[in-house]
Design a protein around this ligand. Sequence first.
Ligand SMILES: [Zn+2]
Length: 359
Amino acid sequence: MERCENSIGEQEKRVVKFIRGRTRVVHNVSSDLRVTLRCGPCGAIRLSIFRLNLISHINFWELTPSSSSSWIWKKLCKLRLIGRHFLVCDVGSGETASFWHDNWTRLGPLIHVTGNNGPLTVGMPLTDVVRDALRGRSWWIASSRSRNPIIALLRSSVLDPESMIDCMHDDVYLWKADHHAPSNMFSAAKTWPALHPNGVPFPWHKSVWFKDRVPKHAFICWVVAWNRLHTRDRLRSWGLNTPSVCVLCYVVDETHNHLFFQCHFSGEVWRFCTLRAGLTPPSQFMASLLWLKSASTFKNLSLIIKLLFQASVYLIWRGRNLRIHSNNFRNPPQIIKEIQLLVRARLDPLSRLQSSGPL
Ligand SMILES: [Zn+2]
């Protein structure tokens, strides 16, 4: 650690090597951007190098990295816009937290609420820490008689200063992701959904991404659901000089809807898969996808139908590609046989896991 503080270049290199070499790294961002690296039996090592050498006396939220700064430092500065939303400050003695920049009130960073005129209006410089706002045992703005709306807003939002006045411990910076309680541990699992909120699920979602699916079959099915396969009608719409006719039947132009399952070739495959179960699925791909959700009330049969459907889509598309690129012509019975083999291979380990009998 002592050697680490000798030069900026050396420190940054060591930090990067340290991070790469450990399997469990927990980042805890504090006011001086100390980075806590916890590495199993090695315990916790705190590095204040960023503050010492990279930030100096400039507020972290305001500084602009120089053009000669390292890549990792510039990257970290860019991430401030995203990370700031998650950082909250639990004020202890108030000697570290920035009055204007840190998120220590229910309003968030006060500079965002008041704008750049805030410090001038309130009479507190941008560099003030929270404790600087005390006069005796109360906030100085509490005694202000100003009717300025900014001062009135701050007066109503600041905390009770009593707990801070005699406090001996430092301010603590916590990570708060959405509705989760603030924590001194960074959680990727909680942060990811906060950054990427789930959209409204599509009605066919569970017909594609169901438990026990075959991943590559589900993926192709998902691509078809979005009409994103490179079918001949799409290639031609992009200006490519390619034949338009379906290579499975050589009768109708190739489109998503034709391939799945209006083509008599693919229709024969899909119908055979459901015939034995006495089911009559729709002939359109999307209608079939929605139909799968309620195709059977029996859990095992429902799973089998979904697996058959996805295997059919996968192998029909594969059969079409083999015809075009390898001159390999397979007829519907050959594809049906392959579907049966694939689905059996998927069901065998599942049936062994089931304690309530075979599928
Ligand atoms: Zn066709």
